[in-house]
Ligand binder design. Sequence first.
Ligand code: BYC
Length: 472
Amino acid sequence: MNIMNVDYSTQIPNNVGLTEDARVLKALETWHPGYIDWWKDAGPEGFNESLVYLRTAVSVDPKGWAKFDYVKMPDYRWGIFLAPSDPARTIGFGAHKGEAAWQDVPGEHRANLRRLIVTQGDTEPASVEQQRHLGLTAPSLYDLRNLFQVNVEEGRHLWAMVYLLHAYFGRDGREEAEELLARHSGDADKPRILTTFNEPISDWLSFYCFTYFTDRDGKYQLKSLAESAFDPLSRTCRFMLTEEAHHMFVGETGIGRVVKRTLEVMKELGTDDPARVRAAGAVDLPTLQKYLNFWCSSSLDLFGSEISSNSAANFAHGLKGRPDESQYEDHVLREKTMALLTPEGEQQVPMLNALNEVMRESYLKDCEIGLKRWNRQIERAGFPFRLTLPSSRFRRSIGAWAGQPVDPQGKMLSKEEYEKRLPDWIPSEADRTFVHSLQQKVVAPGKMAAWIAPPERGINNLPVEYEYVKLQ
Ligand code: BYC
């Protein structure tokens, strides 16, 4: 091994024995410069020289897995971490239930496993691209730092998937890893695979909604891949989930702080009149509701079709389970059916084919938690408005309800009425222009933009006024 390899391996913290695996090390070495170029071209714009107070994963011990320090983002130590191996682990569901988990990819499942890993991997850099310009309008240094924390960890999640492609999928895997850097969010010729990851995120309200709704889809998808019979995938996803929690925290507290500030303004003015709330520089609650409708409905599509032979095959073969598979009694599902409401009426569908819907339903329940919290804030402030989640039939582009004219309460309308009323339900051009008008960069430590309340506490027990990003 030459000195270059040794240097390189110390640059990639890992617990997969990279230094002893010359083949994978070489593949990753070849991929690495393209990744750094991608980060510089498509990652956060204008902050590559800044020192950011970031958390870096340094071990897989839940008690001390990360350290915090100032880092220039291109120097972030993107590493490869798998949750500790359990040599006795067996497959928890499907036709192979009870057999030993796979340490390699069985030939017959290669294409499907690769597809799942590529689809998952594609979302990670996509989100960094979507959020590329947000730093220029950050409402505070605290938020700027959180954005960058999310971005570098999504970058690490890309590394996690690329490692699997390089280590287990040979030449096809290497080609797919290249493609992960070649597709770009919103690109007309080479877009990202899933639609939500091609939507622009050009304001911070969208960012908080994205981290609330879309990262939560990430949580559910990762949890279901964490059940996979393919043990390296399972272990990778389990560690990724440790990082994911902070991303959803950024979303939930971000929206909560917007609600808090809006309520302060409503109280000062003594009115809930949206026009007056806007004139006072805050996000009126009906506009927030439209943003929730947009990002929730978009994220619901990420679960795939209600009736899916892919989901049935993935489950039966042990490739992808249900989140927290052990909470269920039946892990084979050969006999079960599920009643699904489609535009054609209720259908009884084999449970195996309805698993996307099972996941979507548990996801929606999880989404309710934040809503309850924000509505409590509104109720305590004495206003009658309540935020709600849209029906899972609203504004769908994938599955049985795709393209159906359904309102946010789930009621079928005529096409004309739906088109006419859509700007009441999702942000119109005018709403977006207004939200954009609020986006102004605030970088004095501890100061916040006027449309958002400060967080209750800082990062890693530091005060909110801490200089989380040293701009250079
Ligand atoms: N947009 O049988 P179907 C995250 C395609 S987020 C466009 O209905 P299936 C993160 C589908 O590919 C988590 N196309 O669905 C969050 C298929 O195309 P092909 C990402 C879509 O396969 C924030 C066809 O429609 N995790 O981590 O049962 C920041 C029919 O498919 C969409 C994963 O993706 C869509 N929304 O389920 C950063 C996990 N939906 O193959 C990161 C891995 C479906 O016929 N992926 N299609 O050409 C999967 O488990 C599955 O691929 C899906 C779809 C759940 C995505």
